[in-house]
Write a protein that binds this ligand. Sequence first.
Ligand code: PMP
Length: 403
Amino acid sequence: RFEEVPLAPPDSIFKLTAAYKADTHPDKINLGVGAYRDDNGKPWVLPVVKKATDILLNDATLDHEYLNITGLPEYTAAAARLIFGPDSPVITEGRVASVQTISGTGANHLGALFLSKFYGWNDKRVYLSDPTWVNHHAIFPQVGVPVSTYPYYDPQTIGLAFPAFLDALKNAAPRSVFLLHACAHNPTGVDPTREQWGAIADVMLEKGHFAFFDSAYQGFASGDLENDAWAVREFVRRNVPLLVCQSFAKNAGLYGERVGALHVVGASKEAAARITSQLSVLARAEISNPPAHGARLVSLILNDPALFAEWKRDIKTMAGRIIDMRKELHRLLTEELKTPGNWDHIVNQIGMFSFTGINPTQSQALVEKAHVYLTANGRISMAGLNSHNVRYFATQLDKAVRG
Ligand code: PMP
């Protein structure tokens, strides 16, 4: 049985991690995985999450009953306020349909499935940035939505391919769906400026396009939750039709707990209720109802002013360490090692990832000769760097660049 099933290739990131684990070199560094590490290279349980966990453990009223199909209401409501802002008209007018999902991946999936069934397509496809998080390329076709790409990254400038991006928006069929990273673009670390976001929103409004926002790094990018929600809020303010996929994997360090939400903005409160009813039908067939523990943790943190303030400090700790590593790597390359080329993109890029601009041969040399594990496209996870290994990395990068 199933003799005809072909062997699928392993996931490239998980394969990289396996190779890193098998390496016995004392200086090995894993810059592949997109998860925060502390200055000792260890996973970090946020102190606020520890506190919230203790509160849950001591709460005798909790049980293991099912949540609603749409999740924990006090969690989804607080999550919507976090991304849109508590005073946003879409919140005060009750126009957001919010459903708890299996982290950001589940939100992308449910959003894609909902659009596949209910969006008024002229041309059924989603436009993804080139490049994007690789899983976007798998999620949409799985629910019958073909993918196209729009220019995003310009290797010449190691920055945004802004004019080509705008042209793609202008040339797409009216009412097309564009996936946008709300902040801290994965894998490039290149975000549009506020002015560029404004121009993108103008064209999207003109063409009647739909914004499919993926928000996996709110707070993690700049250290400020409001700042990282700016693009989404600006699009709401301008009335661009949109949905938001939200993840608490990175900003609360709850990777394995799978805490996420999908927020679809409707034209009215009644429309939002109808959207919620259909999202419930879709979620019921797939997960019946979402996991409770992580949502309870996040709900506590978002709804308790003292815990919320503490969470903001924890976020600043993570974002701050990453920004410090960017500065130190930049300093080592430009001032100490005088590595050929311009390295300003290291400090200009945003969030967990950085596109170094090195080519696949140089990336391969780092993996094979220097025991530094990174993806072939030259992307590094800044979270994998720390005060103990940044000098080793800079030296090896310098060697790879000099060839
Ligand atoms: N979107 C983007 C852009 C991401 O980088 C990630 C995490 N790698 C996700 C969504 C989803 O992650 P999760 O399912 O763990 O929330």
